[in-house]
Design a protein around this ligand. Structure first.
Ligand code: ATP
Ligand code: MG
Length: 399
């Protein structure tokens, strides 16, 4: 490729399942997420749509690599094509556009190629096959060292005949998934670990907008631990748009549990209170479910027995997208999405401070419920105070 500068990008998205009314919602949400990605990118841009395609136009000098990187975080995009646009005209003119395109975009002209024409504008006087043939002939005339290969061409020249002609030969893969905002909202329990940011990312990839809740326990957990969680939320918000992060002061609840309940049950009881509070905020912010980074068997609080006991306090669905993943698979994903380096910073987590040496791995629901009765008389007020003192931080990646 040469250093030719493109000013227009054709955005491809999977159209499966987006027929009728849904399609409009899908496209609007996708455009909104693209605009969010562009806000962070150096340069000024506009976004428009035309018959199953979205276009991004650069209206000034811009940062190409930054643009591609940011668009590759927009769920719903399947491909990003740097494209050249020209007015529609007779076939000789189309042939000229394509040979100019090859002359400008490529330094070498000895590759194999194939022309692939699409004709959403059905009133063009030739069909796609004829256009392919004419353009192919013109390319061979202009660049005698290029050869046709219909099976595995080195350059697949795409020509789309719409209100205008669009020519591209490079499809940069997008992240796939569905645009955030097309599938309701979920409340992510976000800790400072490796797992929960990945869990949020996975659910957001299916079109779910995120809010988040973090439980901290000052002074047992530091401001730096909280800052780390805010940073993780920011890293996730590069994919999701702004996240309302609820920071709950959990200290007094944890101390009460520590004081009154059996120590081998601390983690389970604490997690049940986290779920209750998370569900409170989920309901308040119209989230349709909770999201956690739990994975079967990872730690004592994530055995099937423990998950069942934790889950019992929830009336909303709890989504655990990492449920069947090994730690290494989760680590690989967290590296891919860019949260790993922050997740492994060594700041303490509120759960690790109050953990017992030998936590129960097969908690019995009745016993746990009985232990929780020891909190009667104090826990309602503590929960109320925790909810009322919760700080909401709007975390976003834009300036
Ligand atoms: P790690 O990578 O250390 O396993 P983790 O985030 O999975 O990190 P766990 O102790 O395994 O931490 O907790 C399981 C899940 O519970 C988390 O994925 C997260 O969804 C939720 N959770 C745990 N601690 C907190 C917390 N302090 N605030 C909010 N959510 C939490
Ligand atoms: Mg975990």
């Amino acid at each position: 490729m040469s250093d030719f500068t493109f000013h227009k990008f054709l955005i491809k998205y999977a159209e499966i399942g987006v027929k009728g009314k849904n399609r409009h919602l899908f496209e609007s949400a996708l455009m909104q997420q693209i605009k969010y990605a562009l806000k962070k990118t150096e340069g000024s841009f506009s976004v428009s749509r035309e018959q199953g395609r979205i276009f991004v136009d650069a209206e000034s000098d811009y940062d190409y690599d930054g643009l591609i990187e940011n668009l590759q975080r927009v769920f719903g995009i399947s491909g990003i094509c740097p494209v050249v646009q020209a007015p529609i005209g007779p076939i000789e003119q189309l042939c000229g556009y394509v040979t100019d395109f090859l002359a400008q975009v490529y330094e070498r002209h000895d590759q194999t190629f194939k022309v692939q024409t699409r004709r959403p504008k059905k009133d063009y006087p030739m069909d796609s096959m004829e256009v392919n043939r004419e353009i192919g002939g013109a390319v061979l005339d202009a660049f005698p060292e290029m050869k046709v290969d219909v099976h595995k061409p080195e350059i697949l020249i795409s020509v789309e005949l719409r209100e205008q002609v669009y020519i591209y030969s490079h499809v940069i893969p997008g992240p796939g998934g569905m645009p955030v905002g097309t599938n309701g909202k979920g409340m992510l329990l976000l800790s400072g670990g490796i797992d929960s940011p990945v869990a949020g990312w996975m659910v957001a990839k299916r079109g779910v907008k995120l809010d988040a809740v973090y439980f901290h326990a000052p002074p047992y957990t530091s401001d730096r631990a909280k800052e780390k969680v805010v940073e993780l939320a920011r890293l996730v918000s590069r994919y999701t748009g702004p996240i309302y992060l609820h920071v709950v002061n959990f200290t007094d609840i944890q101390l009460a549990i520590y004081e009154k309940c059996p120590h081998d049950e601390l983690t389970i009881i604490m997690r049940r209170y986290m779920m209750r509070i998370a569900e409170h905020f989920a309901r308040e912010t119209e989230c349709l479910g909770l999201i956690t980074g739990e994975s079967i068997g990872q730690v004592a609080s994530q055995t099937m027995h423990s998950l069942a006991v934790t889950n019992e306090v929830c009336t909303m669905p709890v989504f655990r997208p990492l449920i069947g993943m090994d730690k290494q698979e989760i680590i690989d994903l967290s590296e891919k999405i860019g949260t790993y380096e922050t997740s492994i910073l060594p700041y303490e987590d509120c759960c690790t401070i109050f953990v017992a040496k030998h936590p129960v791995t097969k908690p019995n629901l009745n016993i746990i419920k009985h232990s929780e009765t020891k909190l009667d008389g104090v826990i309602d007020d503590l929960m109320k105070a925790a909810v009322e003192s919760t700080e909401v931080i709007i975390v976003s990646d834009t300036k």
